[in-house]
Ligand binder design. Sequence first.
Ligand code: NAD
Length: 409
Amino acid sequence: MKASEATELFVSRACDRLGLSPSIRRLLATPKREVQVEIPVEMDDGRLEVLIGYRVQHNNYRGPMKGGLRYHHEVDLDEVRALASLMTWKTAVVNIPYGGAKGGICVENSKLSVKEKERITRKFVDQIHDIVGPHTDIPAPDMGTNAETMAWFRNQWEKYHGFNPAVITGKPVEQYGAEGREEATGRGVGILAFKLLKRMGKTPKETRIALQGFGNVGFHAAKLLHESEFNVVAVSDVTGGYYRPEGLDIPDALRYSLQNKSLHGYENATRISNEELLALDVEILIPAALGGVITKANADAVRAKVIIEAANAPVDPEADEILAKKGTIVLPDILANAGGVTVSYFEWVQNLQYYKWGLNRVRQELDSVLSRAFEDVWQTAQDRHVSLRTAAFMIAIERVHRAGLLSGF
Ligand code: NAD
């Protein structure tokens, strides 16, 4: 199933419950604008490479559009379209005043030198600078991009439009970035894991966790969960999985991964495959890498009682149904990984006001936004007898629909 079809199916299930008309559904599903650009770039060896970049602006009824930039070899228009739509629902479910967008470049990111990545980013900005801006569409990091990439983006955009750091979020802290932005998505996963656990009457110590992906999101989620006394028994990255039934020494694995740029060769755990990690006997499974990793082919094998979707779209709709029948609770991506866009919003607010918050304030405000959103979603799921995913989409769709009605579409 294509990524956009999967998102549409989840949206459609929520629209059914809300009783929305076909024309409103079509309006909410259709992206406002889709842009595909050519990025000709000279590589370090003198070769001319021609890459394709995308920006999809899905919806702006609730505010300027917001969404990350992904550099990955599987990026295509369909994936970016699906991720842009998820951003619309994500910003709505946590109730921050944004719409949704997403961008990306189809490129083998891990093979790029720093200089190549910088040239590619600057060329991309040359192509899309006039459709993004602090009050229209504000990009941020996603897979394959980080604070450094955001700094290049801002610098290139300002060559056209003048000083305005609010054009992009996830910047280095020294360059108008927010304290706590880098940890925010992983931290949000940790905050929500606590909330969920409390509702289930469990304590962190009796909760084993398997986590797929050890990049920005997985790394910070593992750190916070370990510090909060959860028992993280397995982690993985693109090189495979690392398992220790009695609990991993997460600070040790973090150090190793930073020093060696991956977990490859990590010896203080048993090597397992990424597929085996997904099927481990744990209380919580956290996919924090790619989309589409749990499908009808492996959903039956999943033994976790709870899945927290730290990655975007890791569970496809067919797998979602199988998991629901088994009684697995799935905390959906549009809530589970919303910590990043929430702190991006705080960064944008600080940039617009030229006023810097401290880390404690960022963490407190993040906790309060996510806690409120969690309670909304949990309560709606109980009241309407739907899954957490359908409840989250229902809340989000209602908010976007109402904003459209009020402003006249
Ligand atoms: P990242 O590039 O920093 O890290 C990705 C991680 O996934 C790396 O550890 C990589 O080794 C691993 N990985 C790649 N291919 C894999 C595979 N086939 N099997 C197992 N692991 C694999 O990316 P990130 O920023 O951590 O993003 C991870 C996910 O979270 C993505 O789905 C992204 O859309 C989502 N997300 C990120 C943010 C954010 O703030 N960074 C916010 C919301 C959602």
